[in-house]
Design a protein. Structure first.
Length: 94
């Protein structure tokens, strides 16, 4: 069990430029996690790529947590250390 302080997932993008949380409820009740500015450089393709990455954040966080938890003490490599560092960053411990 985690003590997450972020809006719980799943997150999704739709009705761009917003990223929404809690796809299990009607759209009018969904929380907006973030909104993209129309002034971002890179245009719509870059904004959509950013939206996909942000929407995947809760899922990516959970996968990294699982890797660190399942592999602790069994893996001695740089990738494990990087996963631990990324998890600490996401959880505000670094």
């Amino acid at each position: 069990m985690s003590n997450d302080k972020h809006t719980p997932g799943p997150w999704h993008y739709g009705n761009f430029p917003n990223i929404y949380a809690n796809s299990q409820v009607p759209r009018r009740l969904q929380a907006i996690v973030c909104t993209f500015s129309s002034e971002l450089s890179g245009g719509v393709p870059e904004q959509l790529a950013n939206a996909r990455l942000i929407a995947a954040a809760p899922d990516l966080l959970e996968v990294v947590r699982d890797i660190v938890s399942d592999c602790k003490g069994h893996i001695n490599c740089g990738l494990y250390r990087l996963a631990e560092e990324a998890l600490a960053k996401a959880e505000g411990r670094s």
